[in-house]
Structures are given as structure tokens and as C-alpha cells.
Ligand binder design. Structure first.
Ligand SMILES: Nc1nc2c(ncn2[C@@H]2O[C@H](COP(=O)(O)OP(=O)(O)OP(=O)(O)O)[C@@H](O)[C@H]2O)c(=O)[nH]1
Ligand SMILES: [Mg+2]
Length: 250
């Protein structure tokens, strides 16, 4: 089977319909992107779940999983990833719902065929974060500096805009990830990196968020930072912690 686009939502009522429409428009391109779309909504108080149900009734390619409450962005991605494996998709794209991950990059993600993983990177283009506030830029660059320094990863490790080729990546990689929140992104990329899966970066420009508010609170940012150090410490103590049995032969 083909492509699944996975999008976690929490209070994105004002953004879901537009994103859905933009993703459907990719079907009309000269090289059409025919994909199913899966939303995982955590019982958003703003009623995003009901809007998603309407979209699912309107478009057969849209599916919705409703969870009972806010369980974190990392566990939402785990649900999306497991759904993709269980339903036999070859390719999984993951992205945010807030308009910061323009769907125009999806064809570029798909065109790259050499790497099992592709990541949308905010560090390849000078103007990538021009529309963002200085505080949000500071947080993003700070996180990047920490993942570079402590986890030795050159990529944009906290980017949620990704493409995985599932036949080339074993599900077990994601079983190793413990972070339930934003730490999911660098922990999963770390597991891929140490197991020598090629990671391709696509330079993206991120517009400011559409409607609604960020869920990246100071508490979430702090949790992410402490997760980097926990990871660093646990890897220092047990070098095999994230290693698959056969990764040395890759
Ligand atoms: N299902 C689910 N989705 C979440 C949760 N937290 C965040 N999201 C979604 O994950 C995506 C990213 O969240 P954002 O609030 O945009 O976080 P961010 O991109 O780090 O921060 P900004 O873009 O700066 O606002 C959005 O689509 C959110 O709706 C959660 O606990 N559960
Ligand atoms: Mg965002």
C-alpha cells in the first residue's frame, strides 16, 4: 500500500480544514501525491475532534483516532507510526497541523529515494525562521545546539516534519523510544542515527503558526531539555541501549 500522512492535533480547530484541503490539492499535481491522512486528536477542548469527524465523512482518505485526553505529542506519533505499520503503508509522512509545515515540501520528501528517513530542517536555509519570534528562535537554536553537542547529531533533530520508508526501518526502533512529549523527536532520530539509517535533510522555510496557540510551554521545553541529558547519560552508561542487533553490519 502507499503513503500515509500523520498529523497529531490538540486545539487546531482553525487549521485542520485548510491543511486537509492543501493535502488534497497535492492529488492534482502533475506527479500526484495520493495519500491517506490520519489525524490523532486528544479530545481537544476547542472541538477539533468534531471538525475532523466531518472531514472524515467528506473525504474517504481521511481517518481519525480520538484519544480520551491530552497524552502528549510523542505518544500521538507512536500511535500514527504503529497504525502505518499495521496497515501496511510503505511510506509515512509526519507533520504538524498549525501551518508551520507547508505541504509543498511533501513531493520533495517523496522524490528522495536513497534514504530511509528524511527530515525537514530549519538549519539549511538562512531565512527558515524569519517569521518567528526571537524567543521561539532562541528555543529552537538552543535545542539544536544541545542535540548537536550531547547527542552528536548534525540534523534538525526536533523537527516533526519527516518521511519514513517503513519497509527499511524496523518498528523496533520506535519501541526503544521512551519520551512521551517533544523528546520523542530527537530520541527517535537518535535511535535511527546510531543504527546507521541514512537521514536526508530537506531545507524548509517555516511560516508562523496559523490560528490557535502553541502547546510548547516552558514546562514542555524543560522536559525536552532534561530528556536530552537523560538520554546522554543512559547512552554513556550503556552504549548498546539504542543498538539493534544487526546494526553493525549496515
Ligand atoms: N494529539 C496531540 N497532538 C498534540 C499534542 N501536543 C501538541 N500536539 C500537536 O502537535 C503539533 C505540534 O504542536 P505545536 O503546538 O505546534 O508545537 P511546536 O510546533 O513545537 O510549537 P509552535 O509551532 O512554536 O507553536 C500540532 O499539530 C499540535 O496540535 C498532544 O498532546 N496530543
Ligand atoms: Mg508548531
Amino acid at each position: 500500500m502507499g503513503i500515509l500522512i500523520f498529523i497529531p492535533t490538540y486545539n487546531e480547530r482553525g487549521n485542520v480544514a485548510r491543511l486537509c484541503q492543501q493535502l488534497n490539492a497535492l492529488r492534482e499535481l502533475p506527479t500526484p501525491v495520493i495519500a491517506d491522512i490520519l489525524f490523532v486528536d486528544d479530545n481537544s477542548p476547542d472541538g477539533t475532534g468534531e471538525v475532523l469527524d466531518q472531514l472524515a465523512a467528506q473525504f474517504p482518505q481521511v481517518r481519525v483516532i480520538h484519544r480520551a485526553g491530552k497524552e502528549g505529542i510523542g505518544t500521538a506519533h507512536q500511535v500514527g507510526i504503529r497504525y502505518a505499520y499495521q496497515h501496511g503503508y510503505d511510506t509515512l509522512i509526519t507533520m504538524d497541523c498549525d501551518g508551520t509545515h507547508p505541504p509543498e515540501y511533501i513531493p520533495e520528501f517523496l522524490a528522495e529515494s536513497a534514504s530511509p528517513v528524511a527530515v525537514g530542517s530549519r538549519y539549511l536555509r538562512r531565512n527558515s525562521l524569519d517569521e518567528w519570534t526571537w524567543l521561539r528562535r532562541l528555543m529552537t537554536y538552543g535545542g539544536h545546539m544541545l542535540t548537536r553537542t550531547f547527542l552528536n547529531m548534525p540534523y534538525d533533530a526536533s523537527s516533526a516534519y519527516r518521511r519514513y520508508r517503513l519497509k527499511q526501518v524496523p518498528l523496533h526502533i520506535f519501541d526503544m523510544v521512551q519520551a512521551r512529549g517533544y523528546g520523542f523527536f530527537f530520541e527517535s532520530l537518535y535511535a535511527l542515527h546510531v543504527n546507521r539509517f541514512a537521514i536526508h535533510e530537506v531545507g524548509i522555510i517555516l511560516p508562523a503558526r496559523g490560528s490557535g496557540e502553541s502547546k510548547m510551554s516552558l514546562q514542555e521545553a524543560w522536559r525536552g531539555i532534561s530528556r536530552i541529558f537523560t538520554l546522554w547519560f543512559s547512552v554513556a552508561r550503556n552504549r548498546k541501549r539504542y543498538k539493534l542487533v544487526d546494526s553493525d553490519s549496515r
